[in-house]
Design a protein around this ligand. Sequence first.
Ligand code: A2P
Length: 351
Amino acid sequence: MSQSYHVAILGATGAVGTELLQLLEERQFPLSKLTLLASPRSAGQPLLFKGKEILVEAVSDRAFDGVDIVLASAGGSTSKAWADAIVKAGAVMIDNSSAFRMQPNVPLVVPEVNPKAAAAHQGIIANPNCTTILMTVAIYPLHQVQPIQRIVASTYQSASGAGARAMEEVKAQAIAILNGEQPPTESFPYPLAFNLFPHNTPINEQGYCEEEMKMVNETRKIFEVPDLRVSATCVRVPVLRAHSEAINLEFAQPFSLETARDVLSHAPGVKLVEDWERNYFPMPIDATGKDEVLVGRIRQDLSHPSGLELWLCGDQVRKGAALNAVQIAELLINNNWLKPTTVPSAAVSHS
Ligand code: A2P
């Protein structure tokens, strides 16, 4: 008999939590039990799974008894507050927050890029930042052909990155503005509807915001290139749930466009979307609800003989968060890595 697992979603009522629920159903994740956890505000709220209602429970010390895998997406402070209880209960926490990402003993995993890193977990595996996941899925296949020397990324990030309430706020802002009223700004510092602004995370002494530094540091950790040159500008745009990124890559030698297209048309998790005649390339509305990162507009950097430009769109809630987490869970169960292992397996089985 094939095995099944007790999974808990921490943050089940949020934008990513709701998507996690859908993905577990869609991908027929082998579940023996599903526990839905959120704040006490949501206790007793029914959520649908496979046509049946499951009541949300307030997270508590006992909530993790008997749980094998916790998919956490309830913010960094909630992850930090419950990590010890989760690990003590013997479960593996796949954490969508930034709380543990840069800890040396916590693998930071994109299954298409560094699946073997997951084997060395000590109870916590971190899901990278959404912009980093989408970018690394698209550029790692090129990096394997010829190592990338430098990355310059500009992001166009949707409201979903700030959660379910933020998505509703953008809709309410649009309605208010169209009615000539003052737009509400609770989740965001400024109106996002009919506007855009540099990512509203704290800024460091060099002038980079946290989101930008996540792209720098997380990409280095995932690629295992600690001195990789990465620079990013992150911007929030009034799109509901798919992020876009313009990426400039520099190599040591020229990288042919034919090779880049050929590699990306076969790359796992990537869909090449290029129709030069129609000027049709990836758009957030086409990426919404899709598993793949849509990549296109691959072209030579006119300012550098060994540079490539590309454009991508990916569903922030799905591959940028929930899907990546479920894929990590699948990686663990397919390779028998739920319990910490010290020797990474040579043969990694994907789902
Ligand atoms: P709740 O709905 O009860 O507030 P989003 O990222 O879409 O804003 O979702 C955040 C998720 O994290 C929600 O499910 C939210 O639950 C949950 N959450 C927020 N704060 C806590 C907390 N202190 N304890 C447990 N869950 C929390």
